[in-house]
Design a protein around this ligand. Sequence first.
Ligand code: NDP
Length: 274
Amino acid sequence: MTDKYAVLGNPIGHSKSPMIHAEFAKQTKQDISYEAILAPLDGFSDTVKRLIAEGYKGVNVTVPFKFEAFDMANDINASAVVPEASNTLVFYEGSAAAYNTDGIGLVTDIQKNLARPLQGKRVLMIGAGGAAQGVAIEIAKANPATFVVVNRSVEKVHDMQKKLEGAKEQDIVAITASSFNGLDGQVFDVVINATSAGLTDSVLPIPDSIFTSNILAYDMMYGRETPFMLQARSAGAQVADGLGMLVEQAAEAFSIWRGIKPDTKPVIATIRAL
Ligand code: NDP
């Protein structure tokens, strides 16, 4: 019997997840269906309950429901504890277990696909919203030399610092909070844009001096060249968008559901060529 999965969001029409999971299923010969479902803004948990009753095996969760997914889950996997948000639910015996695969997706894309190990490197993350909170713990666990986070509203960075300090993982690198002004004169190896500024083509107040030819400038957004990417590219930096992260977080979810890890490389190439 075909096992049913879906991605829930609002809006959801733009989602590439059905295509990605169809590619994974074909490659690994798994008998699954995967659809995009628009959940009403006030009806996320009702939608999840309906899908559980209809025999679905799990869902991915996207904006704006990742925090609600965490709140309604019966079990919380370690990956979702620090983010307090979930992008992957596993359904079992009428219950839901919450996972977060965004951090692994980002770190795998940077370290494996882009061949940029984070250990011992100086990492800057811009942004402290939902996506940034989701990936912070995995970046810290990759053991960079320094991990600086800058955000317009600095209290969100302090919140992130506290969450990481409270994490059970031992010996993870602590976050250093910075203001945008404080970036002047600082040097990094990897700069990650986890803001949504690219959605509105807004230019971030980051000094040109942080972009050198040696750094990786990674924008978690995909589908368009953002002002962040343009600024970094014109300074000669290696530039990447978040498409690889999208496919890697999906591969991790697929592996949690199906117990088999798909090969992401051909899928990234297929989605990028569309
Ligand atoms: P949120 O709304 O939760 O957070 C937005 C963040 O961007 C905040 O830190 C906010 O700062 C900052 N921000 C927005 N506009 C500006 C601006 N003009 N100048 C400076 N800072 C700004 O969004 P998410 O965290 O959910 O999403 C962020 C990005 O990550 C999106 O582009 C999304 O597409 C991408 N993403 C990619 C994924 C992938 O798989 N590749 C997965 C998940 C997300 P402040 O707090 O001060 O308002």
